[in-house]
Design a protein around this ligand. Structure first.
Ligand code: ADP
Ligand code: ADP
Ligand code: MG
Length: 642
């Protein structure tokens, strides 16, 4: 086994590799860009080397700088993760030339699978079924149009160098072919520096089923299949293993084809053979075709780990350091069912726009496997993939694992950026998905309803108003003293509401033209007579409501927050911090603008002042005390109408 390895990646996959290396007693070297100085993967590694600017081409794609870092730090091998340099054969050659091991396949195997057209030709020779279509050299538009006509519409145009769904166009009829070809070639030229395309029959009601393989350079085994049919625009959203409806006969056929594919190129390490499957008539052993091979560890590898009990990164390290295959085919079996959901910083209602932000609050459930590269306070920067985490669950049956996924997502709390968590929750509740009726068109067909079900609702907003007023937890927050009858206007960035507290744990919130009755009973919130799974959380960037249909309200100005909301005479801590001094005591008269207390937060001192004239009723904080955002500090007596 290696003593020390360098991980040429960032984010969750770098952290994932470090976890297993540590388990095996292997020391780790991280590399990082300017944007990642304070990242989780850097903190986790034994050593870290700065390799350049935030743009990938200035850091994570700089093979020379990465190899130099490995040599200088005494690492014996490089793990590439996925993306970046993981499927770059030139990098693999350079790693070997430097006398280092590459934790992955040979450069030759990567080259053979690197271009989709050549890979298809090779697989045909190896007796692996491929999608019918044209994958030859002639790129003349008229010729390609003729091929498309011969294949029969609909067809799919694919960039031969493509990946991540780029350079791909579905063409429904002949008249649309020329236009689609031009745009696919343009996109391919920009993204991959290679405009060449292939044309495939578009499989109706397609399912994406892939087989995990593992080779030692000569022989290979498979670790069964994953179903990745839940996609949006050819990008995976939720993956599972095994595939719903899979038969023993089909699994044997697909596994054998995948092993044949891996052995045909002398594959070493973890790889994935992706197949497109005709799902229109149940799964049949003659209804699957090779699409491409991903010559690396796949994003969704954890679902395979959970059903097989194999640590694929451990296998990668063992085989790359010279051991044989850790198991024979007979020793591998499937236990239960697993799901993975990809949690992204993205604005779903705005068309799944990638988002950025500083995660002012981040909490994951402990009843799921979480793969993440971020911690509370970390930033999702515009430089990289906006994935926040992978939420992975396992259960004895598909139904149990799916309910576990739903529960894990409901218990996930992210503030500081919008996320797709509620879209993912809506998917776990989709009836067809629940029945295992998956195909790559499912999300597209029901997109409107799924997005609608993921939008924050007025009841979440009403609860968030309580949070802004510091009434987020009736059990602890200042006891019930805060829940005294009052009526005040609460304003935030983009809206306002009228809050009436009627008694302990009972309130009314009027917002957006509706009035909601709120209660707290039996350890949960009730809105308009129905119980909610919602949790109200105050954090540095405002108040969030989690537990489905999440939303965050940001105070108008963090420092004006106490002043803006003291209709009830309450001064709240505008942010988490340390109370440095309190200048008033109960019974004392104060005038508007008088100093009440000093709070130290974000390395600065903030003076909190009285928003109106009055007499101090209660001092709820002491100097030296650490307080949360929204914590009540000082309460003035009720105003008496003159
Ligand atoms: P997976 O099935 O593992 O999700 P994807 O094709 O979605 O495979 O790619 C996973 C990650 O690898 C993407 O998020 C992206 O960062 C990276 N990636 C894949 N292919 C390419 C490519 N051709 N160019 C750049 N990055 C890629
Ligand atoms: P990428 O390299 O971008 O991952 P793939 O060839 O793996 O490209 O295809 C990505 C996705 O496009 C598949 O998961 C599937 O949803 C869809 N797809 C690919 N080929 C076909 C096909 N022939 N018929 C129907 N859908 C397809
Ligand atoms: Mg693919």
């Amino acid at each position: 086994m290696f003593q020390k390895i360098l991980i040429a990646n960032r984010g969750e996959i770098a952290c994932r590799v470090i976890d297993t290396a540590r388990k095996l007693g292997v020391r780790t070297v991280a590399v990082y860009s300017d944007a990642d100085r304070a990242s989780r993967h850097v903190a986790m590694a034994d050593e870290a080397v700065h390799i350049g600017g935030p743009a990938p081409r200035d850091s994570y794609l700089r093979g020379d700088a990465i190899i130099e870092a490995a040599l200088n730090s005494g690492a014996q091998a490089i793990h590439p993760g996925y993306g970046f340099l993981s499927e770059n054969p030139g990098f693999v050659d350079a790693v070997h030339a430097a006398g280092l091991a590459f934790i992955g396949p040979s450069a030759d195997a990567i080259r053979k699978m690197g271009l989709k057209d050549a890979a298809k030709a090779l697989m045909e020779q190896a007796g692996v079924p491929v999608v019918p279509g044209y994958h030859g050299d002639n790129q003349e538009p008229g010729y390609l149009a003729g091929q498309a006509d011969a294949i029969g519409y609909p067809v799919l145009i694919k960039a031969v160098a493509g990946g991540g769904g780029k350079g791909m166009r579905l063409v429904e009829r002949s008249s649309e072919f020329a236009e689609a070809l031009k745009s696919a070639q343009g996109e391919a030229a920009t993204a991959f520096g290679n405009a060449a395309v292939l044309i495939e029959k578009y499989i109706q009601q397609p399912r994406h089923i892939e087989v995990q393989v593992f080779g030692d350079g000569t022989r290979a085994v498979h670790l069964f299949e994953r179903d990745c049919s839940l996609q949006r625009r050819h990008q995976k959203v939720i993956e599972e293993a095994p595939a719903p409806g899979m038969t023993a006969e089909m699994r044997r056929a697909m596994g054998a084809a995948a092993v044949r594919a891996a052995e045909a190129i002398g594959y070493s390490g973890a790889g994935t053979i992706e197949f497109i499957v005709d799902g229109s008539n149940g799964l049949r052993p003659d209804g699957f075709w090779f699409m491409e091979m991903n010559t690396r560890l796949q994003v969704e590898h954890p679902v395979t780990e959970l059903i097989t009990g194999v640590d694929l990164v451990e296998w990668q390290l063992r085989v790359a350091s010279g051991e044989g295959l850790p198991a024979t085919q007979d020793q591998l079996s499937i236990r239960g069912h697993a799901f993975e959901a990809r949690l992204y910083a993205e604005d779903v209602p705005a068309g799944f726009l990638p988002a950025t932000g500083t995660l002012s609050h981040l909490r994951f459930p402990d009843h799921a496997r979480i793969e993440t590269g971020v911690r509370p306070g970390d930033t999702i920067s515009p430089w990289y993939d906006p994935m926040i985490a992978k939420v992975v669950t396992h259960g004895a049956t598909r139904a149990i694992a799916l309910r576990a996924l739903e529960a894990a997502l409901v218990d996930t709390e992210v503030a500081g950026s919008v996320t797709n968590v509620d879209f993912l929750i809506a998917l776990t509740r989709h009836a067809g998905f629940g029945r295992g009726e998956v195909d790559t068109g499912l999300i597209g067909r029901d997109l409107e309803a799924l997005v609608e079900a993921a939008e924050p609702d007025p009841r979440s907003k009403a609860l968030a108003v309580l949070g802004l007023a510091g009434l987020d937890d009736p059990r602890v927050r200042g006891g019930m003293t805060l829940w005294q009858p009052l009526r005040r206007t609460i304003a935030w960035e983009g809206g306002e509401a009228v809050l009436e507290v009627l008694g302990a744990g009972v309130a009314r919130v009027s917002v957006d033209g509706n009035t909601h009755q709120i209660g707290y009973e039996g350890g949960r919130w009730w809105v308009d007579g129905s119980p909610r799974a919602s949790r109200i959380v105050n954090h540095a960037a405002g108040t969030s409501v989690f537990g489905g249909r999440s939303l965050t309200l940001s105070p108008l100005d963090p420092l004006a927050r106490g002043g803006a909301e003291t209709g009830g005479g309450l001064t709240l801590s505008p942010m988490p911090g340390l109370v440095k001094a309190v200048f008033v005591e109960p019974g004392q008269e104060v005038a508007t603008g008088d100093r009440l207390a000093i709070l130290e937060a974000m390395k600065m001192e903030h003076t909190l002042t009285a928003a109106r004239d009055g007499r101090v009723a209660e001092v709820l904080a002491r100097a030296g005390e650490q307080v949360e955002a929204g914590a009540p500090l000082i309460r003035l007596e009720e105003e008496v109408d003159a």
